[in-house]
Design a protein around this ligand. Structure first.
Ligand code: DGT
Ligand code: CA
Ligand code: CA
Ligand code: ZN
Length: 579
């Protein structure tokens, strides 16, 4: 966690505890402040050390909140927060992971039943106690029971967007230290899976002791779980980080093995067996002359293992990107010479879903455009939220304001370095209708339509209706899920993608690590059905353009090629698709 994230988390906890006590308005102010602290480009702790006034520039941070930030930075505690925690000693973050359980529910259930943890909640729901609490019913209790398991998994797996910087941090820290000859991430993190159980780091070295020592001294490690001769595990924040040190000559085979996935490796080992070869973390071995190949892991003639490429080559297969190693047909495709030529981040030329301060973004249209240019994009579309269901607190832009915004965007476009497109993010209603007038949709360059409310049950009809709407160009975050928080709509992706292909509507891969929507599996279904994908960051500030990589690697997990992706096109081809 960066310092800003840490301060933001305290403010959010404040908001939750206040909301749990039924306090109005104030929780929203704390949440807004938290958001702005998290997004702030400067180190807020450093500003706070200069005193409260230095925090004036952060939007939404008034005197009261500023003094709490200063208190926290100076004493590592906020007295008022400690008092609130004592009054309501619940595991708020764990409990609110249950879909349908917000801070207020947590407050009521603590009052009535003394529920503090997920286990308490489950026991009370199973015993039928929750439906007896005033304001709750049998249906709520049933929903809670159904959603607890999902919440439990969520407490165990971290978002890719949080784990990835941590994994890269430990690799940066170790790289170049004495004894470290080769180093890479392995496991689900190298495969860019959307959630991560633990971080796996692999080092090739002749001096494992020195590497283990350096690793356990990593400043971001909060605790050492175990440390042996060739491996060690530490906890960093919420995450476990596993280090394995192998002989440099076995780095390739170990990297292949520990990258997984397990299912990919099982299928691969069967290919080896067919060829009288043995494959494991130490190499590929020719065992045709060996009597008992299981006697020793390294028995037989070693034909590969120094490099990962060599491991695949020994099986007559091309190397394949970690993202597709999920046993979804990649080994068959490799044998047939039909592996996809995966999209690269450098293929992406623009962002088609971006917010400004006309809706809930924190920055002007000009700042968002300059940010896109600085990031290296050739074009950007400003797609603020339209008013409609799911837009809390009136953040959406009305049709009349959108007409005005078109002029404002044109004014910025006139002297911008890059192409600037007008746009909107409209809401897809539960009936599939779009919350913006048709003639206005027709006048905008890019229309993203997304579901924001009513995110349960089957959403296929609703999304297909939006796909068929002549004004809609892109379906934004199609399922509306928030990973680990809410599962979003159930969608028949094949039917949606077929309709999308027929109507020249793109399906988004929203690159926000909390969404990654569509995810890797659905992207593969969509691409197979011939649909076009758009990879967008949904940035609410210029720093967020950097989230693009999570979208790109998610699309790669879905076997997407450059030609499958709308925003790899040049401006002219893009405009042709949008028309
Ligand atoms: P995670 O940590 O749950 O997000 O998923 P992974 O894939 O990182 O799994 P992890 O950390 O348990 O192990 C890392 C890799 O090591 C895994 O992808 C494949 C390999 N591996 C670990 N244990 C086994 C095993 O028992 N059999 C096989 N074939 N491979 C294994
Ligand atoms: Ca792992
Ligand atoms: Ca592991
Ligand atoms: Zn949205």
């Amino acid at each position: 966690m960066s310092r800003n994230d840490e301060i933001a988390a305290r403010l959010e906890e404040f908001a939750d505890l206040l909301a749990a006590q039924g306090v109005e308005y104030k929780p929203r102010a704390y949440r807004r402040a938290a958001e702005n602290v998290r997004e702030h480009t400067d180190d807020v702790a450093r500003l706070a050390r200069a005193g409260e006034d230095a925090l004036d520039d952060i939007e939404g941070v008034g005197d009261a909140i500023a003094s709490k930030i200063v208190e926290y930075v100076e004493t590592s505690e906020i007295e008022e927060l400690e008092e609130l925690r004592a009054e309501l000693p619940v595991d708020m973050s764990e409990l609110t992971r249950v879909e349908g359980v917000g801070p207020k529910t947590v407050g009521s259930l603590y009052e009535a039943l003394g529920i503090e943890t997920l286990d308490d909640l489950e026991a009370a729901a199973e015993a039928g106690e929750i439906q007896e609490v005033s304001g709750f019913g049998a249906k709520t209790e049933q929903n809670i029971l159904e959603n607890i398991e999902f919440a439990r998994e969520a407490t165990e797996r971290e978002l890719l967007g949080e784990a990835r910087p941590r994994g890269e941090g430990v690799v940066d820290y170790l790289d170049g230290r004495p004894g470290v000859e080769r180093i890479d991430l392995a496991g689900s993190l190298r495969r860019w899976k959307e959630t991560i159980g633990d971080v796996d780091v692999l080092v090739g070295s002749e001096e494992p002791g020195a590497v283990v020592d350096a690793f356990t001294d990593w400043p971001e490690a909060d605790a050492v779980i175990e440390a042996g001769d060739q491996k060690a595990s530490v906890r960093s924040g919420e995450v476990r980080v596993d280090l394995r040190v192998v002989d440099t000559s076995e780095f390739g085979s170990a990297l292949q093995y520990f990258t997984g996935s397990k299912d990919h490796n099982v299928t691969l080992r069967n290919v080896a067996i067919e060829r009288d070869l043995k494959m494991n973390e130490y190499g590929v071995f020719d065992i045709s002359e060996v009597d008992d190949p299981d006697a020793d892991q390294r028995a037989g003639d070693r034909v590969a293992g120094e490099t990962e490429e060599g491991m695949y080559e020994a099986l007559d297969l091309p190397w394949m990107a970690p993202e597709i190693r999920e046993n979804r047909g990649e080994i068959e495709a490799a044998r047939a010479g039909e592996l996809p030529d995966l999209l690269a981040q450098s293929d992406v030329r623009g962002d088609l879903h971006v917010h400004s301060d006309w809706s809930d973004g924190g920055h002007t249209i000009r700042e968002m455009v300059e940010g896109a240019a600085a990031f290296g994009h050739d074009y950007v579309a400003i797609t603020d939220h339209a008013t409609g269901p799911g837009m809390v607190g009136g953040v959406g832009v009305s049709d009349a304001d959108l007409r005005e915004q078109i002029e404002a965007v044109h004014a910025v476009a006139d002297d911008a370095e890059i192409e600037v497109l007008t746009g909107v993010e409209g809401n897809i209603g539960t009936d599939g209708s779009i919350s913006v007038a048709d003639d206005l949709l027709a006048d905008l360059d890019v229309v993203v339509a997304s579901p924001h409310a009513g995110l349960d049950g089957d959403g296929t009809d609703r999304l297909v209706a939006a796909v068929e709407h002549p004004g809609v160009d892109i379906i934004g975050h199609p399922t509306g899920r928030y990973i680990n928080q809410r599962s979003g709509l159930d969608v028949d992706v094949e039917r949606l993608a077929t309709a999308a292909a027929d109507h020249d509507t793109a399906l988004e891969v929203n690159a926000n690590p909390a969404r990654l929507d569509l995810g890797g599996g659905p992207v593969k279904t969509a691409v197979d059905a011939g649909a076009t994908i758009a990879i967008n960051t949904d940035a609410h500030s210029p720093q967020r353009y950097g989230l693009l990589r999570y979208g790109v690697h998610t699309a790669r997990r879905g076997w997407a090629e450059e030609t499958d992706v709308l925003n790899t096109r040049g401006v002219e081809d893009l405009r042709e698709f949008l028309e």
